[in-house]
Design a protein around this ligand. Structure first.
Ligand SMILES: C[S@@+](CC[C@H](N)C(=O)[O-])C[C@H]1O[C@@H](n2cnc3c(N)ncnc32)[C@H](O)[C@@H]1O
Length: 277
């Protein structure tokens, strides 16, 4: 899989779409990333996935809504093209992908959609409340629902101050672009209320993404080493997130050591909130 270059006129996405970033998105499925939502889906639901990336979660919804429609939106032309290529219409007749900036007016009529879903996208957006307000507008009254799953914080074992510092840098790079970064998960229900949803019609919970030794931790550490060796390492040097190449090398070594540890454990706490209109 090759690196997708930055698109200058598009909203800035701090992580970019390098192979090592997209590989982590491709590992996501409805089962590991949207199980809090699936019991509420109806066979004819129309679902819109905001910031769908390569669409592996998006396509997973199709089996739950055989008489409905699933539409993924992403601002990157290149990732939408990739999503269409890996999820062909011949296999998923009720699935489509569109290029759209979700911080603009969403390309749907008022009260026309049953479910809006978003995963690991609002933490990259400087104006999540605007996006949630738009979700409210397009949802059908009485039954329409917004489901959000966003990162809150990372925990690792064994302790590694250098790996922990790496994670702080990752989230601060999101904040450097005006977005919330970590701590999003615990705020979703607050943002939803500011956007017009009623607290009495919300399910507010959390889940976790966990990678353990031996295989998952090694894979996860390897993806992050790859990010540091590529576009993200270059960006961090350019914008002085890190002081020097030596600091990057220090992160890479610590990530590899952590990933190879026989009892390595990574946990990402994720806020999971469903709001009914
Ligand atoms: C971390 S990825 C998540 C992808 C997918 N939801 C998943 O969980 O695998 C965030 C995605 O949001 C997209 N994105 C960022 N800002 C956006 C915007 N303003 N409008 C639409 N998509 C955006 C990025 O291009 C990227 O593909």
């Amino acid at each position: 899989m090759s690196t997708i270059p930055d698109e200058p006129s598009k909203p800035k996405y701090a992580q970019g779409h390098s192979a090592s970033v997209v590989a982590s998105h491709m590992s996501r499925t409805v089962e590991n990333s949207a199980s809090f939502l699936t019991p509420h889906l109806k066979p004819d639901s129309v679902i819109v996935d905001l910031g769908c990336g390569p669409g592996t979660i998006t396509r997973g919804f199709c089996a739950f809504v055989p008489n409905g429609q699933v539409i993924g939106l992403d601002s990157s032309d290149a990732i939408v093209e990739q999503a269409r290529a890996v999820n062909p219409a011949s296999e998923y007749p009720n699935l489509s992908f569109r290029v759209a900036d979700i911080t603009d007016r969403l390309p749907f009529d008022d009260a026309s959609v049953d479910v809006v879903y978003t995963h690991q996208t609002l933490l990259h957006i400087p104006s999540p409340i605007t996006v949630i307000r738009e979700a409210f507008r397009i949802l059908k009254p009485r039954g329409g629902m917004l489901a959000m799953r966003e990162a809150d914080h990372v925990s690792i074992q064994p302790e590694s101050p250098v790996v922990e510092q790496y994670w702080r840098h990752v989230f601060s790079s999101f904040r450097g672009m005006g977005a919330q970064g970590d701590g999003c998960g615990r705020r979703l229900h607050l943002w939803a209320q500011e956007a017009g949803f009623d607290r009495a019609k919300m399910l507010v919970g959390a889940g976790a993404t966990v990678y353990t030794a031996p295989e998952e931790s090694k894979w996860w550490a390897g993806l992050h080493v790859g990010r540091l060796e590529g576009e993200i390492g270059e960006k961090w040097l350019q914008n002085k997130t890190v002081a020097s190449q030596e600091e990057i090398e220090r992160f890479k070594t610590a990530l590899k050591t952590w990933g190879d540890h026989r009892e390595a454990w990574y946990g990402l706490m994720q806020g999971e909130v469903i709001c009914w209109k």
